[in-house]
Every structure is written in C-alpha cells, then in structure tokens.
Write a protein that binds this ligand. Structure first.
Ligand SMILES: *[C@@H]1O[C@H](CO)[C@@H](O)[C@H](O)[C@H]1NC(C)=O
Ligand SMILES: *[C@@H]1O[C@H](CO)[C@@H](O)[C@H](O)[C@H]1NC(C)=O
Ligand SMILES: *[C@@H]1O[C@H](CO)[C@@H](O)[C@H](O)[C@H]1NC(C)=O
Ligand SMILES: *[C@@H]1O[C@H](CO)[C@@H](O)[C@H](O)[C@H]1NC(C)=O
Ligand SMILES: *[C@@H]1O[C@H](CO)[C@@H](O)[C@H](O)[C@H]1NC(C)=O
Length: 439
C-alpha cells in the first residue's frame, strides 16, 4: 500500500470517528438545544443569524460570561447601540450570502452623504471579526458600513439548489469562487441599493487574496471601487513564520486535506464552546495567548488577555477544499488556480501546473497596501514580492509603525484606531476631497 493510500485511509478513518462522535454528542444535545431554542429569545435571534453560533451559545450555557463570547454579528452590533439590516445576495452560481449593513441613526439624521464601505473578512472569519473594532470606527465616522459573509461561513450556508447537509457539491469551492462570484455579486448589490457608482473596500488576509484574484481576472471591475484597502495583503504564501511554518510542505498532504467535500473544521460549535471556556480560565490564558500568537505573530502589549475567549469562540468555518488550496499556496508561493493533479490540470488549464493569477494585470491606482513587520503570515518578504508583481506601484504603501503588529492586530489590537483605523480615516479624508466626484 502506498503512503498516499495509507494516509488516505487514516484521514477517512479519523474523519469518520470525528463525525460519529459529533453526531452522538449532537443527539445528546438535541433536547437541550431545542428547549433553549423555543424559550430563549436571544438564542432564537442568534439561530436566525447563524445556527452554529446559536449552538455554541447553548453548549456554553451559563458558563458564557461575556455577552461577546460566541455572539452573532447582529448581537454585536445591537449591543453597541447600533441597528442593522440583513440582506441576501445570490451569486451567479447560486450561493445565498447573508450580508449585514450597519445603521448609524446619528449619521443618517445628520443628512450627510454616507459613502459605502464593504469589509471582506479572512480565512475562518466572518462579519463578527470586524465588529470588535474597525466596523464601529468606520460607522462612527459616518460611512455606510457593509459586512460580507463569504460562502460556507455559518452565516452563508444556503444555496438556490444545493443543500449543504446532503449535497457534497455545495462544499466544492475555494477562495477562487469567492473572488469571481461572491465579491462581484455583493459589490453590484450594494451599488444598486445605495445608488453609488463606486464603493470602497477593506479586505483582510484571505479577503486580500480574493480582491487580488478578482482584480487580476477582471481588471476593469476596478471602476466599481473607490479605494481598495488591503490589510495584511497576501499574493505569496511560502514565507510564513511561527507554528504553520513547522508543518510539512508535502503536496500529497495538501491534496489529501483538500479532498473531502465538507465543512472545515467539523464540529465547529464544540471547538468554539470548549476553546472559549478553556481560555476564559485565567490560569489558561497565557497558554491561549502563546498558541494564538505562535500562529499570527507575537504581541503581548496590544492584546487584551481577557478578550481571548471572545476571539476563540468566534472561529468560523469554510470548505476543506479551501483549506487545501491554502496548503497548496504555501507550497507554490505565488497564489495560483487550484491544483487538481497533472492530468486534470492539463484538461482544465492546458498545463501540468495550475496557472498563477496574473497580478501584473491589476490596475494599482486605488490600491492601498497596509502591512507590518510582526505579521507571521503576510511577511514583508512576501509583501515585497507582491509589490514587484503588480503593474505599477500601489497608490499608498503603508507599513504599520508598531513592530509587533500581528496578522490579527487589524481586528483585535487595543490600539487599533491609532495604528489602523486612523490611517484609513486620513486617507479617505485626503482622497475623497480631491478624488473622483462620485467619491
Ligand atoms: C435558503 O434559501 C431559500 C431560497 O432559495 C429560502 O427559501 C430558504 O428559506 C433559505 N433557508 C434558510 C435557512 O435561510
Ligand atoms: C436593484 O434594486 C431594485 C429594488 O431596490 C430591484 O428591484 C432590482 O432587481 C435590483 N437590481 C439588481 C440588478 O439587483
Ligand atoms: C515582539 O516580538 C518579539 C519577536 O517576535 C518578541 O520576542 C517580543 O516578546 C514581542 N514584544 C511584545 C511586547 O509583544
Ligand atoms: C479588556 O477587556 C475587558 C473585558 O472584556 C474590558 O473590560 C477592558 O476594558 C479591556 N481593556 C482594554 C485596555 O481594552
Ligand atoms: C500594465 O498596464 C499597462 C497599461 O494599462 C498595459 O498596457 C500593460 O500591458 C500592463 N502590463 C502587463 C505586464 O500586464
């Protein structure tokens, strides 16, 4: 038996055991879950937004101390005195995305024009990750803030034809489909609702991959954007530091983990509930921080330790295939089309290796790169390769002056406004004054 086959059996067996235990646990939980669902208004509200987040809340039960732990986007928005609208965007390939729009009554009653901003989240993230800092900065500044939930997140698990629970095909996607379907559909939808010709975007991590792919394949779509902020920009992925750098870079492993057509990670509600509870305990908090930081970069100063259970309990899901596409990218470096193996690649792409996305086609006049030296995943070495592969120089290329700024400081830093939010504000002030008349 080849190594590949042995690994394949091992993976199938592990997945089977995992699925079995989750199913058993789910059956035990069912009664409790439905009781809570029927008489707890806050759980019912959460369930309508994201069934998985509601389940996390039920599992945590009375041990859920901070209302932000496993909170839905709607709950995070309301708890800070804002209102919101939920919109549904249907993509050309049938995925139904749940999109949030923040409503700032003060800004509306001031009568000022509220330019739309779309925030695009990263890998294993959702709208929630923007709702600890940046989304509120922008809403308070009077922008019309929209939050996407990309396909496969617990918020956007619906389709016009496919059932995510029974049709494997639902999970047959990666960041490539998010780039060519989710983002254009959402941008067109927001333009239609707001009647603005252009919108601005802030993308983080996987969100930046998506924008870079979209703009390289559809360079003229740039006309729909006002300013394009890429925070922790990723066009290359081989140079990573920390825990992920220790993983073996074997194509067979990448292909294997990318193979199941299912949600990744399985049993998310349990992972989030138990992860959140573990990190609540002050005795465990340093361990949590060490694990967290070993992936994203070390910062002990601008992270609020007591907020860790909030961040851990809001981890999101995607597809196994997307995870596999990331693993392939770490091996290949330049972000490329999905690698299906030589034969299928030949048939699909006309070459044995999947083609690289043509970053040189991206028009750069509106591109704002924001990066840092303390980021383990979007390292300066990789950002430099991206800088050199674009056609021309980006409009603004900003490196955050705090050297320990990590991959997730954009979302969680206690000094997020000073180092990140304020830069966005200042750039918009300058640009919108002299920029395109629509802006
Ligand atoms: C999924 O979308 C369909 C429309 O295709 C809709 O009728 C249904 O209510 C949606 N399901 C959920 C759980 O939102
Ligand atoms: C634009 O919005 C209007 C109503 O607000 C709707 O009737 C129409 O179908 C929308 N068009 C597109 C292309 O989404
Ligand atoms: C900053 O990063 C360095 C290197 O990763 C680390 O040794 C140091 O402890 C960090 N400092 C703070 C304040 O987090
Ligand atoms: C840290 O988080 C706690 C609780 O979540 C909050 O009360 C406190 O104000 C936060 N501290 C800072 C510096 O943001
Ligand atoms: C760079 O942009 C210019 C002007 O849009 C275009 O003519 C040229 O072909 C582009 N270069 C590459 C390598 O795509």
């Amino acid at each position: 038996m080849s190594v590949m086959m042995k690994l394949n059996y091992l993976l199938k067996f592990t997945t089977f055991l995992l699925t079995l235990s989750i199913t058993l646990a789910d059956n035990l939980l069912d009664d409790e879950f439905f009781r809570e669902l029927s008489d707890n208004p806050s759980i019912i509200e959460a369930y309508n937004e994201s069934p998985t987040v509601a389940k996390t809340q039920v599992i945590m039960g009375p041990l859920r101390k901070d209302k932000d732990e496993a909170a839905t986007c709607g709950q995070l928005i309301s708890s800070r005195g804002f209102e919101y609208e939920v919109h549904f965007v249907t993509t050309a390939d049938g995925y139904i995305l749940k999109i949030y729009r923040m409503i700032n009554r003060n800004a509306i009653s001031s009568g000022k024009k509220r330019k739309p901003f779309l925030l695009i989240h990263g890998f294993l993230e959702s709208c929630a990750n923007w709702l600890y800092t940046l989304a509120f900065f922008l809403a308070n500044l009077g922008f019309d803030v929209w939050l996407i939930n990309l396909r496969g997140t617990t918020y956007s698990t619906n389709h016009t034809k496919l059932n995510p629970n029974t049709d494997d095909e639902f999970w047959d996607f990666t960041f490539y489909e998010m780039a060519i379907y989710d983002v254009p559909a959402t941008v067109n939808y927001i333009k239609n609702v707001t009647q603005y010709d252009q919108i601005s975007v802030v993308a983080h991590s996987q969100g930046t991959i998506i924008i870079l792919i979209q703009l390289s394949l559809m360079p003229d779509f740039e006309a729909n954007y006002n300013l394009i902020f890429l925070a922790a920009p990723i066009g290359y992925l081989a140079d990573i530091k920390g825990t992920f750098a220790l993983l073996p870079r074997l194509e067979i492993l990448a292909d294997l983990f990318g193979a199941p057509r299912a949600a990744f990670p399985p049993g998310l509600a349990y992972i989030n509930a138990f992860g959140g509870l573990f990190c609540q305990n002050p005795l465990n908090q340093l361990i949590c921080l060490q694990i967290f930081d070993s992936v994203i970069g070390f910062d002990y100063k601008q992270i609020n330790l007591s907020r860790l259970p909030v961040y851990i309990s809001s981890i999101e899901q995607t597809s196994f295939k997307n995870f596999g596409h990331f693993a392939q990218s770490v091996i290949k470096d330049h972000i490329s089309y999905f690698d299906h193996g030589e034969d299928e690649n030949l048939a699909l792409y006309g070459s044995r290796e999947p083609p690289k996305f043509p970053f040189h086609r991206i028009k750069t006049k509106k591109l704002i790169l924001i990066s840092s030296r303390g980021d383990f995943l979007a390292t300066q070495k990789s950002v430099d390769k991206l800088r050199h592969s674009l056609n021309g120089t980006s409009f603004i290329d900003h490196i955050i002056s705090y050297d320990n700024w990590t991959h997730l400081s954009y979302l969680y830093s206690t000094e997020g406004y000073q180092y990140f939010g304020k830069s966005i504000y200042e750039i918009t002030q300058k640009y919108f004054k002299n920029g395109p008349k629509n802006g």
